[in-house]
Each structure stands twice: as structure tokens, then as C-alpha cells.
Write a protein that binds this ligand. Structure first.
Ligand code: NAD
Length: 259
């Protein structure tokens, strides 16, 4: 197979958590452009339905929405059951749903801490675990991609976000652990670490909006990344083009973490 063909995802099925908007939506569009059928798994059912409809009309692949709470094992099991009924296979899992709460450590409440860890770390474990179990059962040599962050590598300033930083560092070690455990099944597990990306997580957050100017001054490229700039790296990791890449974290941050 030539290298260009190795990037094709025709006949494959992918689920994308947090796929209704932002990075998840852009990555879903990238997978769909490469021919994959797409399952948008998001807590926001209305937005997920809209995105799935858009993807199926725009890219002529099958795309459905499944309301999913990544922190709830029953909800995640339901996602896998629906995928099995609708597609009979799962090749790619993009475990991406995440939130950020900014609070100084001495003022952070237990609820704030728990919410961030539950969605960003436990949610990635539950969705990756469910995907891996299904792939093992079906003998599918699939690809699991988890969303970490440059915050796994550096402590972002000036905004305080210790729970977020800790959750994302956890995602990278979780990814490496799963990569080693599941290599024998031919399942690859990698993570991506985006820098600041212009999604609603950033642009709709009252605490983060005033900081965009500061980040742009600090950033070597003096701009935020666009969600679409994560399509190529995730397509690489999802496809056969990355057949010897597992347990890796790919930083896509315009060199923000380089100094
Ligand atoms: P976003 O807020 O635009 O989208 C997040 C999506 O996740 C939303 O559709 C939301 O409904 C969904 N979601 C939230 N909780 C959920 C749950 N419990 N179950 C299922 N879905 C849930 O965010 P984004 O910027 O697209 O971020 C996506 C991922 O990328 C997150 O993990 C985030 O931490 C990470 N990230 C973002 C940036 C950035 O600058 N935007 C940088 C690095 C990493």
C-alpha cells in the first residue's frame, strides 16, 4: 500500500467524545473527509445532533449522535452498544471531552477539583477502556487517541488551573500504560497535546477571554491555533500511516512549550 492510501479511513468507524463542537468537531470532520463513519458522543445532545447531520450531509459518510456522559460507565457502555448495533465495528476512538476550571489551589472547592478530574481523566479512562475492550473482543487492531494538553507539560500562567494541569498529565501516563498493555492486541494508544486553540472552551470563558492577548504576546507564533490544525495529526494517529506509533504524545502548540 502506498503512503497516501495508508491515510485513508474508508470503511472504518470512529467515535469522538466532545465531538459536538470545538476540537472534537474539527477532528470528526477530518476523519470524515478521509472516509470514516463518525459517532458524535457528547453531553450536549442538540449540538451533537446538529454536528452529526452536518457531517453526514457535507462528507457523505454515515454519522450519528449518541448522548454520552464520559463520566458515567453506563452511558459509555450505551455508546458502545449503539455503535455495535449501527456499525458492527469500532476502529478509532478519540477520547477528547474535557473542561477547564480556573481557580487558585487554596480556593478550589472539592466539587471543582472532582469535576475536572472526573471529566478529563476518569472520562478518558472510561471511554478508552470501553473502546479497547470492544476492539479486543472483536479482534480489531484499532487506534485510540486521547486529548491531553500542553498543560500536561507546563504550568500555564497567569491563570491558575492545577486540577486541569494534573488531569492532563494523568492522560499522558494513562495513554502510555494502555499502549503497553494493548500492544499485544495490535491496538495503538496515543495522545495529543494541543496548545491554546480558539474554541469556545477558550473564547467563551469569562476568565480566559481577557488572557488571549497575553497568550498571543507570549506565543512564538503570536496567535491561537485553529481547531482544524489538529486534523492532520489526528488523521495520522488514527490511520495505518502511524502503524509503529504507539504510546506517543504529540505536542501541537506552535512552540509554546519550547521555552
Ligand atoms: P469545547 O468546550 O469547545 O468542547 C468540549 C465538548 O465536550 C463540548 O461539546 C461539551 O459538551 C463536551 N463535554 C463536556 N463534558 C462532557 C461529558 N461529561 N461527556 C461528554 N461530553 C462532554 O472544548 P475544546 O476546546 O474543543 O476542547 C476539547 C479538548 O481539548 C478538551 O479535552 C480540552 O481540555 C482539550 N484542549 C483544549 C485546548 C484549547 O485551547 N481549546 C487546549 C488544549 C487541550
Amino acid at each position: 500500500m502506498n503512503i497516501v492510501d495508508k491515510f485513508k479511513l474508508t470503511g472504518k468507524t470512529a467515535f469522538v467524545t466532545g465531538g459536538a463542537r470545538g476540537i472534537g468537531k474539527a477532528v470528526s470532520e477530518g476523519f470524515a473527509q478521509a472516509g470514516a463513519n463518525i459517532v458524535i458522543a457528547d453531553l450536549d445532545e442538540a449540538e451533537a445532533q446538529k454536528t452529526a447531520k452536518f457531517i453526514s450531509e457535507e462528507y457523505k459518510v454515515k454519522s450519528i449522535a449518541v448522548k454520552t456522559d464520559v463520566t458515567n460507565p453506563e452511558s459509555v457502555n450505551n455508546l458502545i452498544d449503539v455503535i455495535d448495533q449501527e456499525f458492527g465495528r469500532l476502529d478509532i476512538a478519540f477520547c477528547n471531552a474535557g473542561i477547564c476550571i480556573n481557580a487558585e489551589a487554596d480556593k478550589m472547592t472539592f466539587d471543582q477539583w472532582s469535576k475536572v478530574i472526573n471529566i478529563n481523566l476518569t472520562g478518558v479512562f472510561l471511554t478508552a477502556q470501553a473502546a479497547g475492550k470492544y476492539m479486543i473482543k472483536k479482534g480489531i487492531k484499532g487506534s485510540i487517541i486521547n486529548t491531553a494538553s500542553m498543560s500536561a507539560h507546563i504550568v500555564n500562567v497567569p491563570q491558575p488551573q492545577c486540577a486541569y494541569n494534573a488531569s492532563k498529565a494523568g492522560v499522558i501516563q494513562l495513554t502510555k500504560s494502555l499502549a503497553i498493555e494493548w500492544a499485544k492486541h495490535g491496538i495503538r494508544v496515543n495522545s495529543i497535546s494541543p496548545g491554546y486553540i480558539g474554541t469556545e472552551l477558550v473564547k467563551a470563558s469569562p476568565t480566559l477571554i481577557p488572557l488571549i492577548k497575553t497568550w498571543n504576546e507570549m506565543a512564538p507564533m503570536h496567535r491561537l491555533g485553529e481547531p482544524e490544525e489538529l486534523q492532520s495529526v489526528t488523521l495520522y494517529l488514527a490511520s495505518d500511516a502511524s502503524s509503529f506509533t504507539t504510546g506517543s504524545d504529540v505536542i501541537v502548540d506552535g512552540a509554546f512549550t519550547c521555552f
